[in-house]
Ligand binder design. Structure first.
Ligand SMILES: Cc1cc2nc3c(=O)[nH]c(=O)nc-3n(C[C@H](O)[C@H](O)[C@H](O)COP(=O)(O)OP(=O)(O)OC[C@H]3O[C@@H](n4cnc5c(N)ncnc54)[C@H](O)[C@@H]3O)c2cc1C
Length: 492
């Protein structure tokens, strides 16, 4: 296919968001479906695999590749259409959630599902079937996709929806890029009458209190999320702060014309007088167990004060994208290649979730790998084949990775996985770097997994699409990141 334009090409280090895995590879950046199709053919002629990638916001190895080329779709980022009457958005794969909300909000709409950061692309969001703080209410990102276009390894472009190619639709959403390249996504948004939400903080003495409050409010709340102090023990184990947020009704915001402007959503440029871009350096001073124990304790006290305040208003961006307040906060963990953080997010069925989370925290304390941050969410099931969603709860736990602790951390995560599996839990590949092939096999229903693998063999018989995650979990790659320290190639 010499002479056919495949878009911009380079050789770069491509990492997982948490920085604990990455390698130097050829990166191909098509800007059109034609360039993308040509890139697929060129990879096939060269006998290499392609790892589809959005903005690389998956914490682990879901969009990295040691072997083959990285297929960066961020250049395909046009907004085909936004219908301000229905709130339906027709988007190219690389459009980010940030682009989407900035288009929708001034017209009185907000994305149905957003992650804790605004930077993922819509194809990456579909590829992982992401969830927000409102999963119990509106389902996952996939639940709100109307249809999408998928470029298969054969070069054929197919539209997938609940009616058209329904198997592909239910397998591609949450199918971590292994069935083809999503080129277009059509999704719903939510009608809003204000640029703000009403937020209330609820300080909780332990995990049971936190789960009881959230369970009691899933019927009426629009968003519920719990921050958990993972250092607390004994009768305080799982203490923390819930944020409960609701949309404003029509007419409730007398200043809606102003709050629905983009200027009102912009996050502040400094925090306590420090330019935002420098704040991670200050956070670095606390990025060790003693520092994080202190920060969690301070937050617990601040949470009590927040509760006394009652409901207050916050812009949609400030409420949803708290983590974006501090750019590059991950660098507080490390700036060395192969070090950083992993997030372990356990999804547990409601019947045994409390028991499972208590055991996870106790295992963290016992092994010396206490998460620096815990985040609790309520979920509901969905119909996607490889979904992580359960009728239950998830706890996302941030864990520091250093060269010295890597082997023992992986061993602790192996025990975390045993606990999850014992209580009937699942894992989430957007956050994963540690799950073994055996744990994955036990976590997902056998018939779903088999159907997914059969569909992969049918639509990608030559194995054109492959990532480090795929090889680690589904092909049992002995060099996979789950098997201890990174090799030299990965740290190049
Ligand atoms: C700070 C932070 C907070 C987060 N909060 C949340 C949260 O609240 N909820 C949540 O669910 N997730 C959350 N995430 C995870 C994030 O939303 C997901 O990892 C998401 O998939 C990232 O999208 P991306 O565009 O960066 O895709 P990538 O991470 O680059 O890729 C994700 C997957 O999609 C595939 N893919 C990407 N583009 C395509 C395409 N065009 N066609 C086919 N496959 C493709 C990739 O191969 C990969 O398997 C968070 C991440 C960060 C860093």
């Amino acid at each position: 296919m010499a002479g056919v334009d495949i878009g911009r090409v380079g050789v770069e280090r491509v990492e997982g968001w948490g920085m604990a895995v990455g390698s130097t590879v050829r990166v191909v950046r098509p800007r059109t479906v034609e360039q993308l199709r040509a890139a697929l053919r060129e990879a096939q002629s060269a006998g290499v695999s392609l790892a589809p990638r959005g903005t690389g916001c998956s914490y682990g190895d879901a969009s990295t590749t040691r072997h083959g080329w990285s297929l960066d779709l961020t250049g395909m980022n046009g907004i085909h259409d936004f219908d301000c009457g229905t709130g339906v958005a027709d988007l190219e794969a690389g459009v980010t959630i940030r682009q989407l909300w900035r288009t929708a909000l001034p017209q009185g709409w907000w994305p149905k599902v957003v992650s804790g950061t605004m930077f993922p692309t819509v194809a990456g969001a579909a590829g992982m079937n992401i969830h927000g703080k409102n999963n119990f209410k509106v389902g996952t990102f996939g639940d709100n996709v109307l249809d999408l276009d998928l470029l298969l390894a054969s070069g054929e472009l197919v539209t997938c929806s609940r009616e058209e190619n329904p198997d592909l639709f239910h397998a591609v959403i949450g199918g971590f890029g292994m069935l083809g390249v999503i080129t277009r996504v059509r999704t719903r948004t939510t009608r809003i009458h204000s640029g703000e939400v009403k937020v209330k903080g609820i300080s909780c003495h332990d995990l049971a209190e936190m789960m009881a409050y959230m369970d009691a409010h899933t019927g009426e709340a629009d968003y519920l999320v719990g921050w958990v102090d993972a250092f607390a023990r004994d009768e305080s184990l799982g203490r923390g702060l819930i944020h409960h947020a609701d949309y404003l009704e029509e007419g409730e915001d007398e200043d809606a014309a102003r709050t629905l402007t983009l200027a009102h959503q912009d996050l502040p440029t400094s925090i306590l007088g420090v330019p935002k871009g420098e704040v991670w350096r200050a956070l670095r001073l606390f990025n060790h167990p003693a520092g994080m124990r202190l920060m969690n304790a301070v937050k617990q006290v601040a949470g009590r004060m927040e509760e006394w305040q009652g409901f207050y208003r916050q812009s949609h961006a400030a409420f949803n994208f708290l983590l974006d307040y501090v750019p590059d906060w991950k660098y507080a963990y490390s700036r060395r290649a192969g070090e950083g953080l992993i997030q372990y997010q356990a999804f547990l069925p409601k019947e045994r979730a409390h028991e499972g989370f208590v055991r996870l925290f106790e295992e963290g304390h016992r092994s010396g790998h206490t998460p620096f941050l815990g985040v609790l969410k309520r979920h509901r099931p969905d119909p996607f084949w490889m979904t992580h969603a359960v009728d239950g709860w998830s706890m996302a736990m941030d864990l520091k990775v250093t060269e010295a602790n890597r082997a023992s951390l992986w061993e602790a995560c192996r025990r975390f996985s045993e606990i999850c599996l014992e209580v009937g839990g699942r894992f989430y590949f957007a956050k994963d770097l540690v799950i073994s092939p055996d744990a994955a096999r036990r976590a997902f229903p056998a018939e779903r997994l088999e159907a997914f693998l059969a569909l992969k063999a049918e639509v990608d018989p030559g194995g054109l699409f492959s990532t480090d995650l795929w090889r680690r979990v589904f092909e049992g790659d002995p060099e996979g990141a789950s098997h201890g320290p990174l090799g030299a190639e990965a740290c190049a």
